[in-house]
Design a protein around this ligand. Structure first.
Ligand SMILES: [Zn+2]
Length: 268
């Protein structure tokens, strides 16, 4: 049994016994793991309260070769997800990031870029980056990493370029935009507005800046995350399309998705 080290994001913490927890972690080097944290619930433990939902931690663990749980031996806190204390909409967006990581990745399948995007997204959510844009950009990175990025420029069936001058057919199961010839007879097709398609294209072309603490930058995540912005009028349509797309992909609606679309005046 080898002792491994990695950075990780805490996705889930479940009480296991009076003193222990079972944690689900998305690690930078090993992908998603489930691990037993013995003694984590005691006041003095080698985890020092680091196993907080959505916290960025540095861990040491014993990697089991079989299907059984890994054994977490150390967790040191690098950054807590602070939105939980001040903004419910941002907290829900953080939970949504965790849900996407849990649903779209397999245990032991590392995705470094996805880890870095999740880290940057949680940091941006904590630093007043625009919420809908930050969430959408992470969704698109997650889809790309999982191999399910929808085709946005060309018809997903025949490859013909799609001009976004009018409403465009978007195939949920086909996996992207459809031309007039390829659309007939397909199931799960919705018409999306040209504004929505433009927002998806912009979001997929923009990149998430790494948190300044690592990149050595002075700029704030808020600044870094505003290289594109979409019309608030398309937000409802955007959430409907993205929620639908993930539901088709995963086989059920994401639990946190219903909390993402609330109009600003209904957000706490
Ligand atoms: Zn076509």
């Amino acid at each position: 049994m080898a002792s491994e080290k990695s950075r990780a994001i805490v996705l889930k913490v479940v009480e296991f016994s009076e003193s222990s927890c079972i944690v689900t972690l998305f690690t930078e080097d090993f992908g998603k793991i489930g691990a037993l944290a013995k003694g984590a619930r005691r006041a003095k433990s080698s985890f020092e309260g680091a196993l907080d939902l959505l916290a960025l931690v540095r861990i040491v663990f014993l990697h089991k070769s079989s299907e059984s749980l890994d054994l977490l031996t150390e967790a040191r806190l690098e950054r807590r997800f602070r939105s939980s204390q001040r903004d419910l909409a941002r907290l829900y967006a953080g939970y949504y990031v965790a849900e996407l990581l849990a649903e779209l990745t397999e245990p032991g399948d590392p995705h470094r870029e996805l880890f870095q995007a999740a880290d940057a997204t949680l940091f941006a959510l904590d630093h007043d980056a625009p919420l809908p844009e930050t969430v959408l950009r992470f969704e698109l990175v997650a889809l790309r990493e999982a191999g399910h990025m929808p085709s946005l420029e060309e018809c997903v069936v025949c490859g013909r370029p799609i001009q976004p001058e009018k409403r465009v057919a978007f195939g949920m199961t086909a996996g992207g935009v459809l031309c007039d010839d390829c659309r007939p007879g397909r199931r799960g097709v919705v018409n999306v507005s040209s504004g929505l398609l433009a927002a998806l294209r912009q979001a997929s072309a923009s990149s998430l800046a790494q948190p300044p603490e690592r990149a050595g930058q002075v700029s704030s995540a808020g600044e870094a995350a505003t290289d594109f912005a979409f019309d608030p009028a398309i937000r409802g349509e955007l959430r409907a399309v993205m929620n639908n797309y993930f539901a088709h992909l995963i086989g059920h609606r994401l639990r946190m998705s219903e909390y993402l679309g609330a109009p600003p005046n209904q957000q706490p």
